[in-house]
Design a protein around this ligand. Sequence first.
Ligand SMILES: [Fe+2]
Length: 117
Amino acid sequence: MKCERATEKFPEKAFIPDSPTLLWGVKNLLSETIADIKKTRPEDLDKEILRAAMIAELDAVNIYEQMANLTKSEEIRKILLDIAREEKIHVAMFETVLLQTDEEFLQVYIDYALAKR
Ligand SMILES: [Fe+2]
């Protein structure tokens, strides 16, 4: 599913024309999230919602940090980086609930953390 809102808001090559960053030339600034809700098993729905929410928050982090890197205003940069940090908190909130909801995901984290020791 395309994010129509982002496509309408930021048509291709219409956002920050001279920027060498990821913002330039990107048709959709935001990731595609929930593919087909009708094919999702009811027991997986909350997990998909939480993952989609994390993706949206991570997209927001990237966008705010990219804009912070582009602006020449220190005041705007500070605001954008402050908001990016808030989005990281939102990622952590959704991830925490996902780890409580998806036992397999939690086990992957545990196994990975143990392997890193
Ligand atoms: Fe957020």
